[in-house]
Every structure is written in C-alpha cells, then in structure tokens.
Design a protein around this ligand. Structure first.
Ligand code: GLC
Length: 800
C-alpha cells in the first residue's frame, strides 16, 4: 500500500489522541493533537458520513455523486462518552470513536452486535508530487464476511480475496478480471452474520479497494488524493443498503419511456440509409419485435458530432420520420471529441466560448479519437453543459431522433499512454478548479448529464433516453448504460450476467451488455443463449463491431431466428412486469435484478452464487452458459417455485438439474405471484391493450404482487396519472382469494383481466366477485383455468 516509495519517510501517518469534540446539530467533530479532524454527520439513523482532514480545514463540500434529493433526518441522536470512546447512538447504529487514536467501531443499536470496525483506521501519506495526501482506511474483516458491488467489475459476485482500482478506462475486448474498466462506482456492500452494511467512498481520484487480498483479515480502501470521505450505510438487509445508497446517489430522475424497455438493434455501423431500412424492414417482415435502431459513428460527416453525412444520409428528417412511422425510434451516437476544424461550427463555437479543456500551462488538451485530432469540452463546467445540451435542438426537435448514445467518454484518447487525458489537464469542477486526477472519473458522467439535459429539454413532453459508457456513482440519475466492448465468447456471456447483477447492486439497474458480443462473431447457439439472458436485463440491445459478420436475429439461420424471436416476444409480453420493477427502482431504489444473495442473504448458499438471479421480485432466471447444453444445474433459493414452461413446482433451498433445450432456458416463478403480461407487439404502442393477462400462480398462503402502468411516456404520472394495482393473493386448500387495491388517476385502456390460473389444486365450482356469485358464462371460465373478468373487482373468490 505504500505508493510513493521514494518518499517513504512520509509513509503512513496516523491521527493521535482526541483533544476536543464539538457537536453542531447532527455534525460531530473530533480534533486530534496532531491536527486531524474527523467529522461525523448523522444523515439518517442508518447512514453516517465520515470525513477526515489532516490540515484542520476541509475542502469545499461538493460532490457530483450525492443528490440533493437524498433523504435526511433521524429519529434519535445522542452522544455520550466513557473513558475510552465517544459514543454516538441513533435508533439503528452505535458508533464508537476512540479517544486515543480516532478509530471507529460500529454496532447494531438493537442487539449491540459489532458490524464494522477500523483496523488501522484512517491514515495517510503526504503526496510530494501533487500536494495533499494519499488517504487510506483499513478495517478488520469480520468472520465469514463477504463483499459485493463496485459497479462493472468483470469478476464473480463475491469480491472477497480481490483488489480493485477505480479509474474509468476504455477497455476494448476486456476480459474476466480486467481492472479497471469503464466505470468507477466506489461502493460495496459487506455481509456477515446475516447483517449487511455498505461503504460508499465518495472520492473521485484514482481509488482502490482491497477485500482481504493483501492481508487475509483486512479490508481497505484508499485514493490518490482528495479526502477520506465515506458514507457508512447500515441495513441489516442488503436490499436496504442498496436502496439507501441509491437514495443517496440518486434514483433515475424519470421513468424511461416504455419503448426504451423494448428490444434495441445496433451495429457499428448501419449505413447508408438503405441499409438501415433493410434492417428495420426485416424485423417487421419476420415479426421480430424491435423498438429502436442505432446509428453509430458513420452517420456523421467525418465523425463530426451533430452533423450528418450527406452521402449516406441525405435527408435524415425524412428517414427518421419513415422509421418512426414503422415503429422505430432512431438513436444516434455522440462522442465527446470535437474535431479540430475551423469550418465546423461546433468546434468554432466551443473555441470562441473557451469551452475546451486545457493543459496546466495553457495549451488545449489535444487528443486523437475517431475524427482525428480533437479538443474536448469541459463538461465539469455548468456553462459548458448548458451549451452542450442546446446542441441537441436540431437532432431532437427538428430531425426527430429519440435517444442519444454517449460513447468514448472515459474520456478515451487513442495512441497515448493511459488511453486518456494526462493528469495535468485542468477542469472547472463546478467552480472548484482541479486537475484531471480529480475530474477523470466524473468526466463521462458529466457528459451524459449534459446530454440528458438536452434531451429532456427537446424531447419534452416526452421522456428522454440516453445511454452512456463511462460512469461514476450517481450517473444512474440521468442515463442508462451498457458494459462496453465485450467479446463473442461464452465466458463473456457469464461476464455480462455478472456485470448486470453487479451494476444493479451498485444502484445502477438500467444496464445491459452488447448481446452476442461486440468484438468477434458468435455462432448461432451463443447468440441465442445470450439473447435469452439479455431479455432479462433492463437494457436489451444487440450490438457488434460488425467486422466479423452480421449479428441480427436472423443472421444465424432459421432455427436460431425462431428461438431469438420467441424470447424477444417474451420480453414484450413481460413489459408491464418489467415496467413495474423499474417503477419500484425509481421510487425506492430497489434493484431490478437481484443476485441470489440480495434475494436471500440468510441462506449461506447464496453468498457465492453467480449465475442465478431474480428479475424483478418474482421471476428467477438462470442462463445456459455453455455450448451443447440440454439443461444445467442451478441453485433454487428457498421457497416454492413454478417452472415457467411446465408449471411443475420445485422446492427451493437446493441445487437441481433443469432441462433447457436451445429453445428454452431455466425460468421459475415464485409461488403466489401474479405476473402481468401484454400481448406481443412489434413495438411499444403498436396495439391498444384491450385485456391484461394475469398469470396467477397458486400458493397455499399469502403473497402480494403489483402492476404499475401509466401513459408509457410523458410526465403525467408524476401528477398522479398512473395506475398501481396491488394484488393480495391468499390461497387455501379449497379456495383462492385475490384482493385488488387500485391507486392513481390513470385509466388503462383495457376493461378486463384474463386470469390464467397455474397450479390450482382444486376444480372450480363457484366464483364470487365482490360478494356476488357469478355465473360461469359471465366470467367466461374457459375450461383451461383461464377466466376473463372485469378489471374493477375488489375481491375475487375462486372456490372448489
Ligand atoms: C466504441 C464503443 C462501441 C462503438 C464504437 C464505434 O468501441 O464502445 O460500442 O460501436 O466505439 O463508435
């Protein structure tokens, strides 16, 4: 951990004893004899912030990650002291701060169990080269402790035994264990003795996490500058930790338009226009649902952002309209590098307004990307972001583009060491000028934010859709994301699965991979298996570099085409279910995907599982992740589950073999669930939904399900024009009761539900709706346990 080896005499320095203590409402300050100040802020009963300075003075308190909408407030706060410690107590936590050395220990306020304790605690090295400190924290790993999170790391779910770096990096064809890659999300959740807590190290400098790698019983994190500034988030449930972290760094500012949860097709590149049209026409011809088509860099004039190639796309407005008439949203790529070209208006304007990043001694930051030599806007300057957002006017308002794809925003620079800006580049950082060392990890985030602001403005009254490659904590507020340039291999299918789960437990749910792999070419089987996984990722897009062949659903022959079609259709059927999960995520920060450990942390079997995950609250999925498989073994978490394809009920808490030929995959539904489905549509909005299918899975006992709907786009839902149905299912031996509670002012287009009853253990002889017995002809009992009834019921009894 010693970094500045030549200056080792300035090595580890430690706080000495506390000489004074101050309390200012919820901010407690402890000062040591050698000038260190620890500031503990009680943000919530379960969220404490720890901030240290070695100079007695704190930096301006500014963070790109923390949202102003974060919840604050606590029920109880008391500070007492004994001989050895100051003791901070809230309703959830007890925090000891040692008087002799400033070390911190945290306990559960209810049962007094130790949750997390400093080993060496805070310490630092002075940085001669850059000034300031290398700030460090080390904690004692608790017995049996496991670690999860950290964004897009392409490794197994449980991070124990590994070390990681956070420095967003363009990582073409990365692989398992490549580190760092595109994102910096310095947040992890730890779990031991059935209790989970999280640590968010809000420091944008190059940072590191070590989970019992360097020393077996020690977890540590450190950064090459800035402050030791971290949030401690107590659960004890992992989902609470993730939800609280997401609350702190922000939930998506709006729901995505429903079409953005449809299937997207992309390639580097579809051009000219005739090629784009061929692709979209083929989707409609084969009746494979698709909502979005992407234009990669070749749509531009010499890769100049905000221009169109006259040769390939002579009339973009007409084309975009024709595509829209056929149900396709057009999404275009926009990179940060602005080509140096005095005849190019965006460049000229950026230069005139002094919006490009500069080196320490004054020259512009010049770097090569797709267009050749470029300058780069300083997105950490709010004025630059405002300018950038206005550049989207023509694309969005006039031409009708519906989404923007931000790429290369690490920022990536070609043919240079480190593949990015040098350290000395200057940034505004919201009026806190700094070098690239501090701004690097947020550069892409601020670009995506500026893009989002533009789309929000010019799409209005519709909702924006933006996707970014680089991200820091909090980027989930503005945009979706994908996992970058992966490879068409089976291991990458596994990596995609891990990354989507890991991003979800890092507060970032709207994520997917390049289905089939970006680099190289999958065979049909790999592509089909990857589609099966991909339809269960919140963002679902096929993308490929195209240099090894085609990667459309029909590119691998008829058998594969029909498998791919079947699964994309399933995605569209499940849209109301996914949209409901998204709404839960946007409301409460509950991740859309849950690794098994998040689903059932008390079951130690889940702590090292990688493949299986929950899609929403009710559906368990496990991809087939190798060639020539007719099924696989998988762990079924505790409880009873219905095989989605056969309705066979399995008992969880064990590993089982599950059949899954190429046209199938392991999918299970939790007993008692009610799963809403829409009819298959070629694109969102193609059909008026005139009946909502509810798949009801009988359970002996009780279970709750919900269905959220709104106008699928626009902001009326924020004013209460949504429809939330909560179903309480209660299954008895001879009876199934479903109660419905409806809230919100949105009227769904359908008038009826079609209930499909799965696993009903009795023959129906009587049905009652709201205390009135209903004749079978009125409710259309179909003999196959499906019944059609009014959507307005409050209580339904189905009796033997
Ligand atoms: C980068 C992106 C990739 C894109 C390509 C060309 O490699 O990650 O998705 O297709 O650039 O723009």
């Amino acid at each position: 951990m010693i970094l500045n080896t030549e200056l080792e005499h300035k090595g580890n320095i430690f706080p000495s004893k506390i000489i004074s203590y101050e309390k200012n409402l919820n901010v407690l300050s402890f000062k040591t004899a050698n000038g260190v100040v620890l500031q503990v802020t009680v943000r919530r009963d379960s969220v404490l912030r720890f901030r240290y300075t070695t100079t007695g003075i704190f930096e301006n308190d500014f963070s790109y990650a923390i949202t102003k909408y974060a919840s604050r407030g606590y029920n109880f706060l008391e500070v007492t002291e004994n001989k050895a410690n100051y003791i901070i107590t809230t309703t959830k936590l007890i925090c000891h701060v040692s008087k002799s050395d400033l070390r911190v220990s945290l306990y559960d306020a209810k049962d007094k169990a130790l949750i997390c304790e400093d080993e060496l605690g805070f310490h630092w090295e002075e940085s001669y080269e850059f000034g300031g400190d290398v700030v460090k924290m080390s904690k004692t790993a608790q017995p049996g402790e496991s670690y999860y999170g950290l964004g897009d790391k392409p490794v197994d779910n449980n991070l124990k035994g590994k070390r990681f770096e956070n420095w967003v990096t363009d990582s073409y064809a990365y692989g398992r264990d490549t580190d760092p890659i595109y994102k910096a999300i310095p947040f992890y959740t730890a779990l031991h003795n059935k209790k989970a807590y999280g640590i968010f190290f809000d420091n944008t400098f190059r940072s590191f996490f070590d989970f019992c790698h360097e020393r077996r019983n020690i977890t540590s994190f450190w950064a090459h500058g800035g402050e030791m500034n971290y949030y401690f988030i107590y659960g004890p449930e992992m989902t609470e930790v993730v939800a609280n972290y997401t609350d702190l760094t922000g939930k998506p500012h709006a729901l995505p338009p429903l079409w953005a949860l449809g299937y997207h097709q992309c390639k580097w590149s579809y051009y000219p226009e005739s090629n784009v049209k061929e692709i979209t026409a083929k989707f409609r011809e084969l009746e494979i649902p698709c909502d979005a088509i992407y234009l990669d860099i070749d749509y531009m004039e010499g890769f100049r952002c905000f221009t169109w190639s006259k040769e390939y796309f002579p009339d973009p407005k007409r084309m975009v309209k024709e595509l829209a008439d056929d149900g396709f949203k057009t999404i275009v790529i926009i990179d940060p590098g602005i080509k140096i070209d005095m005849d190019y208006s965006v460049f000229k304007e950026g230069l005139d307004k002094d919006y490009f990043c500069k080196r320490a001694d004054g020259p512009y930051m010049k770097g090569k990307v797709w267009p050749g030599e470029c300058y780069f806007p300083d997105f950490t300057n709010p004025e630059v972001r405002e300018w950038w957002s206005n550049l989207f006017k023509e694309l969005i308002e006039d031409i009708g583009v519906k989404g923007v794809w931000n790429d290369m925003n690490e920022p990536a620079v070609m043919d240079v060491p480190g593949k990015t800006f040098p350290n000395d580049v200057r940034h505004d950082y919201e009026g806190n000028p700094c070098s690239h060392r501090k701004a690097h990890n947020v550069y892409g985030m601020q670009m995506a934010r500026a893009t989002y602001q533009g789309l929000k403005k010019f799409c209005y009254p519709k909702r924006p859709f933006v996707i970014t490659r680089a991200a820091y904590s909090g980027t989930q507020r503005y945009t979706s994301s994908w996992t970058g340039d992966n490879v068409a291999t089976w291991d990458h299918l596994n990596i995609a699965n891990l990354q989507a789960q890991r991003m979800a437990m890092s507060g970032y749910s709207f994520v997917g991979s390049d289905i089939g792999g970006f680099a190289e070419q999958p065979n049909g089987e790999l592509y089909a298996r990857w589609i099966q996984l991909g339809i269960f990722h919140p963002f679902c897009r096929t993308h490929s570099s195209g240099d090894h062949g085609n990667q459309e659903p029909w590119a691998f022959g008829d058998t594969i085409t029909s498998v791919v079609k079947k699964f994309i259709e399933l995605r569209y059927q499940l849209l109301p279910y996914l949209y409901t999960a998204f709404w839960r995520y946007a409301e409460e920060g509950i991740p859309i995907l849950k690794s098994l450990v998040l689903y059932d942390q008390d079951d130690p079997q889940t702590h090292y599982r990688n493949d299986e995950f929950m899609f929403g609250e009710k559906i368990l999925v496990c991809p087939i992740n190798g060639p020539n498989q007719k099924g696989r073994r998988m762990y079924i978490p505790r409880g009873l589950w219905y095989n989605f394809w056969t309705d066979d009920v399995v008992i969880g808490g064990q590993e089982l073999w599950v059949d899954a030929d190429l046209d199938s995959m392991p999918i299970f539904v939790k007993d008692g669930s009610i799963i809403p489905k829409y009819p298959i549509q070629q694109y969102v909005g193609e059909k008026t939904i005139d009946e909502l299918l509810l798949d009801v899975y009988y359970k002996l006992g009780k279970e709750e399900s919900e269905v959220y709907e709104d106008a699928t786009d626009g902001y009326d839902y924020i004013k209460g024009r949504y429809s939330l149905r909560t179903f309480k299912l209660h299954g008895k031996k001879n009876e199934l009761i479903i109660q419905q509670h409806k809230s919100g002012k949105f009227f769904t287009t359908y008038k009826t539900f079609k209930l499909s009853l799965h696993g009903l253990p009795f023959k129906i002889s009587k049905v009652q709706i709201d205390n009135v017995e209903i004749q079978f002809k009125d409710i259309k009992l179909n003999g196959d346990n499906t019944l059609v009834l009014t959507k307005e019921f409050t209580e339904l009894h189905i009796m033997a």
